[in-house]
Design a protein around this ligand. Structure first.
Ligand SMILES: C[S@@+](CC[C@H](N)C(=O)[O-])C[C@H]1O[C@@H](n2cnc3c(N)ncnc32)[C@H](O)[C@@H]1O
Length: 226
């Protein structure tokens, strides 16, 4: 998988690329490149934004700036280029990112993430350059960089070999193995802490009963909305 992130802050991704499952994925041949939107701007002095038509506070990232960055990266027309890859504009009001979308993205060969700043992108970025507009939640961040990292984190950990323990991403919260429910509770040593014990079934050594208990607790959490 090849992930490109277009951002005004490419340095933010230096730290992210060093995190274990990300570096594992990169070592396996996947890629994550952070591309500076200012590097290819057709405007002077590194300008990428402009005042909004209709007035109002804040600046808007220009569509021609994003198009120039995509065109330079793909060496192709930026509108036609989205036909052969997933291009995701990050926006607070977009489609909510969830495990199903992470699964969908984990089988893509190429993904481009567009990180907004200021008031966000000119709407024509969403309409003409992106294939998807995605939000990581109903709140407003200062920029799309953390949202891009959230998506990359969730997607990379689904790639075979990115996590040390192969079975860990299978039976997890929201996975098909748990019917989309949150994961069951975990416990480890000590068996008793300040008078709080561990459910006896987990100490029983009976794997069948442990499995039943876990599924029941997972379903109960789903019912409780936890
Ligand atoms: C300050 S925000 C713009 C907020 C915008 N004016 C609004 O009211 O929705 C700047 C950028 O941060 C990113 N961003 C902010 N919140 C986000 C969220 N919840 N999910 C994904 N991206 C977000 C987007 O790329 C956005 O263009």
């Amino acid at each position: 998988m090849k992930i490109d992130v277009l951002t005004l802050f490419p340095d933010w991704f230096d730290w992210f690329r060093r995190q274990r499952h990300v570096s594992n994925a990169l070592a396996l041949g996947h890629s994550l490149e952070a591309i500076d939107l200012r590097a290819t701007t057709p405007l002077g002095a590194g300008q990428v934004d402009d005042t909004p038509y209709g007035g109002g506070a804040g600046m808007v990232i220009r569509v021609d700036v994003v198009a120039a960055a995509l065109g330079a990266r793909w060496r192709a027309d930026p509108v036609e280029g989205r036909g052969s890859r997933r291009v995701i504009a990050l926006a607070a009001g977009g489609r909510r990112f969830d495990d199903a979308l992470a699964d969908e993205l984990a089988v893509e060969e190429e993904i481009t993430l567009l990180c907004g700043r200021y008031e966000g992108f000119d709407e024509r970025v969403h309409e003409q350059l992106a294939t998807d507009v995605v939000s990581i939640g109903p709140y407003v961040l200062a920029g799309g960089e953390l949202a891009a990292m959230v998506i990359c984190d969730a997607v990379f950990r689904k790639l075979p070999g990115a996590l040390g323990h192969e079975s860990s991403p299978i039976e997890e919260s929201f996975s098909a193995a748990l019917g989309g429910a949150p994961e069951y509770p975990h416990y480890t040593r000590p068996a008793e802490w300040r008078g709080h014990g561990v459910p006896a079934v987990l100490l029983s050594g009976d794997h069948g009963r442990v499995h039943e208990w876990r599924i029941e607790r997972s379903r109960r959490r789903a019912g409780e909305g936890l």
